[in-house]
Structures are given as C-alpha cells and as structure tokens.
Design a protein around this ligand. Structure first.
Ligand SMILES: [Zn+2]
Ligand SMILES: [Zn+2]
Length: 301
C-alpha cells in the first residue's frame, strides 16, 4: 500500500514536470493551458499565438493599412486587458511604416505605458449607462486625436467584453445598443475608423501574458476607476460568458457570431439603417441618440 502511494506520487511529479513543458516549442516551461485546444504554452509561444490571432483578425476585416497613424484607446472599462493588448499591438505595428499613439483618459495618471506617444482626453460628463460610456469615450478619443493625424483607432475589446455587451443588451431587446458591435466603425465627423482586432482574444490570455511580462505591476488607480465600476449592467452576462468559456468555448465564439449577424442583418430590418456621424454606431438617424445628447444639445462639437 505504501509502495503504491509512493509510486503514484512519483508518477504525479513526473506528470507535472512533463505537463509543464510548452507543447509548441517543446523546450520552455508552460505558463498557460489553453483548454479548448489542449495546448500548453510558454510565455513566448503565448505571445506569438496572440499576435497571430490579432493579425488574422486585422487581415480578415482589413482593419489597418501599411501607412496608418494608429491611435490605441485605453478604455477605462477594460483597462487591465488593454495594457497587455497595447504591448501586443506595438509588436505587430513595429514591422510596418505605421505610427502608434496611446490615447487614454486624463484621470488615469498612474497608468504607465511603454511609449512617449500619448494623447489624453476627458469625458465631458458622467455617462448614465454603458452604451453612453462607450460612445462618449470613442468619440472623445477621436476628437482629441484627429489633430495628431490619427486615422485609425484600435479599441481593444476582448471576446468576453463583446459577447457580454451583446448578451446584456439583447436580453433587454435594447437594439439601439447593438449598433456598437461591429468589428469596424466609421466616424465621418472625425474621419477616423475604429477597429477591434482583439475581439476574439480571451481576456484571461491577455491577463496571463501581461502578468508574466510584468506589465500589470504597479497599477494604482482604484480611486480613478471607481466611477466606472458602477456600471454593473454588464457583470451578470460577463459572469455567464466566463463560466461558459471554461467548458464550452465554442458557444462563446458562436455568441460572437450571433452578435455579428445581428449587426449585419437584423438591425437594418428594425430601421437602424444609418451610421452615426460621430460614433459610427448603427443608428436610426444620422446622429445616434447618445451623440445627439452629447454634441447637439449643448453645442459641444
Ligand atoms: Zn513555447
Ligand atoms: Zn453616436
């Protein structure tokens, strides 16, 4: 009996040592187990894999061109995943004649990014729901960066963010909000295209990558984030998406596909035939209800 215990303990240790090696390069220790594919990835191979997936999404939707001036929005509601996403974007961008500029809310003082090229913007007033927040944020980012020659803005929303946003709004039949779900949105007013190349990347993978790269140390902005954490409407669907992705990752991907379908096919049937002049969301009128509140009622444009 004792022998048996020793034997299985030994086997367990052997298994652990074996399982800790990256299944891609077969040399470095693995830091992440990608359950849906069975891969165990070291930090370098995880980075390469994320870079590859992001590039694939960029090519699929023709999100970026070789001479773009790219703004990278650090959205306050997705700040933790945005920091590693910025690092991934700078790896991709390095190979082209493009320029990469970070765009961040001015109240996130403690945010450290590996770049000197930073544009700051301020939200004009506190949004009352998540849709308002997303639209205010990207139009203000566009407004602040158009004088810097920016023609594309990367919004680093992840798979969980996009799918939870879809679920939280479809459950309430809030079709107006679904106009934000496109991989690409165009702001005619600022002549800027918003793109979401991280829409199929899991938040967890960006967080693990950021953690082991040391990018997430020294973040002290709890106070400045508190107002945004009050946006609770997305948390329940987010919990659901996160537990779903543990066992049935394919269902999360199909949720994203459903969101795409809604955006491309269904919204038009309900009269969302325009694109908002400011934020680019699919909308019933030339200016969406959120932007008309922001830019038309108080002549802020
Ligand atoms: Zn590896
Ligand atoms: Zn709008």
């Amino acid at each position: 009996m004792i022998g048996c215990v020793v034997k299985s303990d030994h086997a367990y240790r052997l298994f652990r040592m074996k399982s800790a090696i990256c299944t891609t390069c077969k040399t470095r220790p693995a830091v992440y187990y990608r359950k849906e594919s069975g891969e165990k990835l070291c930090l370098e191979c995880l980075e390469r894999s994320i870079v590859r997936q992001v590039k694939h999404e960029i090519n699929m939707w023709k999100m970026l061109g070789p001479h773009d001036v790219i703004g990278f929005l650090i959205p306050a509601e997705a700040i933790l995943t945005s920091i590693p996403a910025f690092k991934i974007m700078s790896i991709i961008e390095r190979k082209y004649a493009t320029k990469l500029i970070a765009i961040k809310p001015s109240n996130l003082n403690s945010l450290k990014l590996e770049t000197e090229n930073i544009i700051e913007f301020q939200l004009p007033f506190k949004p009352s729901n998540l849709t308002e927040f997303l639209r205010f944020e990207r139009t203000e980012a566009a407004k602040a960066s158009k004088d810097h020659g920016v023609n594309k803005i990367v919004i680093p929303y992840t798979l969980e963010f996009e799918t939870s946003y879809f679920l939280s709004n479809i459950l309430k039949f809030n079709l107006g909000a679904l106009g934000d779900l496109a991989p690409k949105l165009y702001s005619e007013k600022f002549n800027i295209v918003f793109v979401k190349p991280f829409r199929k990347i899991k938040s967890l993978e960006l967080l693990i990558y950021g953690y082991f790269k040391g990018l997430l140390s020294g973040l002290y902005f709890r106070k400045s984030l508190t107002p945004f954490l009050l946006l609770k409407e997305i948390y329940e669907p987010l919990d659901y998406i996160i537990s779903l992705s543990k066992e049935h990752f394919e269902l999360v991907i199909s949720t994203l596909k459903t969101a795409e379908f809604f955006f491309e096919k269904i919204l038009g049937e309900y009269g969302f035939l325009n694109r908002c002049l400011f934020c680019g969301a699919k909308s019933e009128n030339r200016v969406c209800s959120v932007c008309s509140r922001l830019y038309c009622s108080n002549s802020n444009a």
